[in-house]
Structure formats: structure tokens, C-alpha cells
Write a protein that binds this ligand. Structure first.
Ligand SMILES: [Zn+2]
Length: 158
């Protein structure tokens, strides 16, 4: 019984309000979270909501203790925690390389934006439509990306 999944979708659904679950699922599906890191039974990730939030989930014996930098105060999971829990449920996390690796970038959100490849975060199954919508969303939010997109598009492809 050691290899059972750490979490599953229906368990997460029970741990959150209907609203938080729906919002968290949307965050998860649109790739609004950075790479989840596992350190023992603690899973952590940054989630791009209205701001950048840092979520830590401690999972023990099927129980989930959450910490999130948002203002959600109820004992149930906030939408950011739901997004991270869904990634964990799908095995989308990396083992931390060292026990004491600090979550760098917490004080410096810019560092946390190193984009993992879609395939690495299990999002390569997204439809082009969703990717385009997400790109639109990013460009609207970060006008400075327009120039980068132009430069990227101008590069010769192998
Ligand atoms: Zn939160």
C-alpha cells in the first residue's frame, strides 16, 4: 500500500469550497502555477493569481495542511492550494534536490517566473486554443512581453 497516490481529485474537492475548487481547477488547467517542488511530505509552488502567491502543502496520512500567502482564512483549501494539490495529485512535481533548499524568489517574484517547458509541467496536452488564450492573457498583463515575442518570432527556427 506504499505506492497509492498521495492525493486524488475527489479528495481535493472535499477539502475546498465549490468556488475555491472551481477557481483552483482553472488555475491548474491554465498553467497558472510554477513547478511544484516536493521536499519530504511538503509540496510548494508559486501560483500566479491576481498577485504571485506562495503555497505550501503538507500531506500526511491523507490529511492536507495548507499555507498560502493569500488572505483566505477558512480552514478549507484556497484556490491556490487547490491548484497545487491538483498538480500533486497528477504527479506533477519535482523532488527537491537538497533538504534545505529554500524557496528562493519568495522575496523576489521575478526569480520565480523562469518558465518550465510545457511538457515538464504536464501541459503539453493543452489545445492550441488554450495556449493562445493564455498568451493573450499574458500579453495583456505584461505589455513588455510584446517585444520579446517579436524577437522570438524573428529568430530563424532550426
Ligand atoms: Zn491562497
Amino acid at each position: 500500500m506504499h505506492q497509492r497516490p498521495i492525493l486524488n481529485k475527489s479528495a481535493i474537492e472535499l477539502l475546498a469550497s465549490e468556488r475555491s475548487y472551481a477557481d483552483g481547477l482553472r488555475y491548474f488547467q491554465t498553467g497558472a502555477l510554477d513547478q511544484v517542488t516536493r521536499n519530504g511530505n511538503v509540496f510548494s509552488a508559486y501560483v500566479h493569481g491576481r498577485e504571485l502567491y506562495y503555497v505550501k502543502l503538507r500531506i500526511r496520512d491523507g490529511r492536507v495542511e495548507k499555507q498560502c500567502s493569500c488572505a483566505y482564512e477558512k480552514p478549507t483549501l484556497c484556490k491556490h492550494a487547490v491548484a497545487v494539490a491538483l498538480a500533486v495529485a497528477q504527479g506533477q512535481y519535482l523532488e527537491a534536490t537538497s533538504e534545505n533548499q529554500p524557496p528562493d524568489g519568495q522575496a523576489n517574484p521575478e526569480k520565480a517566473t523562469a518558465a518550465p517547458k510545457l511538457a515538464q509541467v504536464g501541459l503539453n496536452g493543452l489545445t492550441d486554443r488554450v495556449k493562445l488564450d493564455f498568451l493573450d492573457h499574458l500579453l495583456a498583463k505584461h505589455p513588455e512581453l510584446h517585444q520579446q515575442l517579436h524577437q522570438f518570432a524573428a529568430q530563424p527556427k532550426p
